[in-house]
Design a protein around this ligand. Structure first.
Ligand SMILES: Nc1ncnc2c1ncn2[C@@H]1O[C@H](COP(=O)(O)OP(=O)(O)OP(=O)(O)O)[C@@H](O)[C@H]1O
Ligand SMILES: [Mg+2]
Length: 388
């Protein structure tokens, strides 16, 4: 009796346990159903995303063979997913990019960092497609590298825009060079005219005047005529001097015969005489001589730097350094004058000078760079550097 009762009690307990288990199972089954539903929804969301995106998406396994490519990848490369499945990822990479891509893959699989990069893919038809990629390594549950996951973007359009931009910039530069050459040609023409027409005539007038003076009797001359004659002689001398200096400004005389350094030396000596500022110059002629357009623009830059020193710096000394090494020509013009704050000049509306801007433009025309460093009370350093 006792046993039977015990058995009954046991049965009741067991049934209760079973019920609880069934209940739990039902609950977890429900949860699993819900989780599967959520997973399905998620999966669909991601699939939609992956299949409709304009980016190229792919997975490769740890050996580098494709396990998945999205429709965009198929469109851009011309291969169906089935044709790529199991093939090495290099199948669609342009030959010259294969080595670097394999290297990057190996580094990635070893856990190394692989930043975004650009490469070219080969379309099935042989056409090249520039693509920017970001590829990351995937790991399995045990932390082992399981393969790589990549996103790529077709950058054909970007490349086209970059190319057009480059071409236009180059065209602009060529135009600027032409302009600068035309400007220099015009200066030369005016200098020649001044020399051949005005200069020659002035010389003749000067000679005539002195002949006239020698022919006239020194004592019996009318004082008014004598004064007019002396006046004319002085005027002819002054005008000759003025014309000569104008010609020199238009065309540095030493440039054609001796080159840039001679022209700069000649100009800085004149500058020194005119302003009283001491000029120290270091530099030897550059061999072979740079193109005329390079020499001319560099000369004009130095000329403006010196003009600025004369106008603004109140300097005692200027140092000019010219040196050519490793295919680059560097010129520095440094003064010990008042200095200024270049950032203030750059702020719009504060300034109307042309000099600094023109110097920078001239440097750009000849493919070089220009910089100016200065601080109030610390002097100014103008540097220009061009490839030879
Ligand atoms: N060597 C220098 N020392 C002191 N200040 C300078 C020097 N060079 C330039 N500056 C300052 O920079 C300003 C801009 O120079 P920039 O050559 O552009 O113009 P500008 O000489 O005033 O006029 P422009 O050159 O058009 O005749 C000058 O007004 C001056 O204040
Ligand atoms: Mg100036």
């Amino acid at each position: 009796m006792k046993d039977t009762a015990k058995t009954r009690q046991q049965l009741i307990d067991e049934i209760a346990v079973l019920r609880r288990r069934v209940g739990q199972l039902e609950k977890s089954e429900l949860q699993r159903g819900r989780a599967e539903e959520a997973l399905r929804e998620n999966e669909e969301k991601y699939r939609n995303l992956v299949e409709s995106t304009l980016d190229l998406i792919f997975f490769v396994n740890a050996r580098g063979n494709y396990t998945y490519v999205n429709p965009r990848f198929e469109r851009v490369t011309g291969y169906a997913a089935g044709e790529l499945a199991g093939r090495p990822f290099t199948h669609v990479v342009a030959p010259e990019y294969i080595e670097s891509t394999i290297e990057r893959f190996r580094r990635g699989i070893r856990g190394g960092d692989t930043p975004p990069y650009e490469a070219e893919l080969l379309h099935k038809s042989g056409e090249r497609i520039p693509v920017e990629f970001l590829v990351t390594t995937r790991y399995d549950a045990g932390g082992r590298a399981a393969g790589r996951f990549g996103i790529g973007r077709d950058i054909t359009e970007r490349r086209k825009v970059e190319k057009t931009l480059r071409e236009q910039r180059e065209q602009l530069r060529r135009l600027a060079v032409q302009l600068s050459e035309a400007e220099e040609g015009e200066r030369r023409r005016i200098a020649r005219e001044l020399h051949d027409q005005v200069g020659q005539n002035l010389t003749v007038v000067g000679i005539n005047l002195s002949v006239l003076r020698s022919l006239l009797p020194a004592d019996g001359m009318n004082p008014v005529s004598a004064r007019l004659l002396e006046d004319s002689v002085t005027l002819v001398e002054q005008t000759t001097e003025y014309t000569r200096s104008l010609m020199s400004d238009l065309r540095p005389p030493d440039m054609d015969d001796y080159g840039l350094v001679a022209a700069i030396r000649w100009y800085s000596e004149r500058f020194s005489l005119r302003t009283g500022v001491e000029v120290h110059m270091e530099g030897r002629e550059i061999h072979p001589r740079p193109a005329a357009v390079v020499e001319n623009n560099l000369f004009r830059i130095v000329q403006e730097a010196l003009t600025n020193i004369g106008k603004h710096a109140r300097a005692a000394t200027v140092r000019i350094g010219i040196d050519a090494a490793e295919g680059r020509l560097r010129i520095r013009v440094e003064d010990d004058g008042a200095g200024f704050d270049p950032s203030r000049i750059r702020r719009a509306g504060e300034h109307h000078g042309w000099g600094l801007m023109t110097m920078a433009e001239r440097a750009e025309v000849i493919g070089g760079s220009f910089s100016i460093a200065s601080r109030a009370g610390q002097g100014t350093l103008v540097s220009v550097e061009v490839p030879l």
